[in-house]
Design a protein. Structure first.
Length: 233
């Protein structure tokens, strides 16, 4: 892992100081901001490699800041990890919808946090060419091309139908993130087809069958939904 700069946006000084201490000990360089209203201008002038963004910060909350960053062509490529004490599902969904790359709830383990930072940085580093403009996903030996609507393994092309393809792409876009069935229904339904909770389960069975030895990359989270395995965890 190259020497990377982390921008911490956190108004609780004890937390930001603890994060700085541990991240610098692990070889990262660290900058700290304590207010949301100055983040975007700072990032444009001094772009970090990754941002740890607390949701509940003064003057402009983390969701607003993330949305501005992701809507700005100069900063949209910078990965964002949310830090928050709010672990409710609607917060996670909000973070996903505006482009967050990971989401960690307080209190958190420093070692786990650093591991997640490194995992996100690895994904962005390895995908800087193959995943440009989100037209191609390459995770392990599994490659998805959005322009050609193809799924490929070292053994050849995987024949997914349109709905299965949409569903797989939605999962691969956020490896490690857990999606409930309602989210997956919204992600894969089209104007010409009707998708239900039961349909999602059937589609998952079909996708796994077609992926063959790569079926284990699509994981069931009992009582919640599904996720695509993060191979960096």
């Amino acid at each position: 892992m190259k020497h990377s700069n982390v921008l911490i946006v956190e108004d609780e000084e004890d937390i930001s100081s603890l994060l700085r201490l541990n991240l610098e000990a692990d070889g990262f360089s660290v900058d700290i901001l304590n207010s949301g209203d100055i983040v975007c201008s700072h990032v444009e002038k001094y772009p970090p490699d990754i941002i740890l963004l607390d949701v509940m910060i003064p003057k402009k909350d983390g969701f607003e800041v993330c949305k501005e960053l992701k809507n700005n062509s100069k900063t949209s490529h910078i990965p964002v990890i949310f830090l928050t004490a709010k672990a409710l599902e609607h917060n996670v969904i909000s973070g996903l919808e505006i482009g967050a790359d990971d989401y960690i709830s307080k209190p958190f383990s420093i070692s786990v946090l650093i591991s997640r930072i490194k995992a996100v940085l690895r994904r962005f580093d390895s995908s800087s060419t193959t995943n440009e403009n989100k037209n191609r996903y390459a995770i392990g030996d599994l490659t998805v091309d959005l322009t050609k609507m193809t799924v490929k393994t070292p053994h050849g092309l995987v024949a997914l139908n349109t709905t299965e393809f949409r569903l797989l792409v939605y999962l691969m876009d956020k490896p490690g993130w857990v999606f409930n069935r309602s989210q997956l229904i919204d992600a894969c339904k089209g104007d010409d087809n009707f998708v239900t909770d039961r349909s999602i389960d059937v589609l998952m069975v079909s996708i796994r069958k077609k992926l063959g030895e790569y079926a284990s990359l699509v994981e069931t989270v009992r009582g919640v939904g599904y996720k695509f395995k993060d191979i960096d965890d």
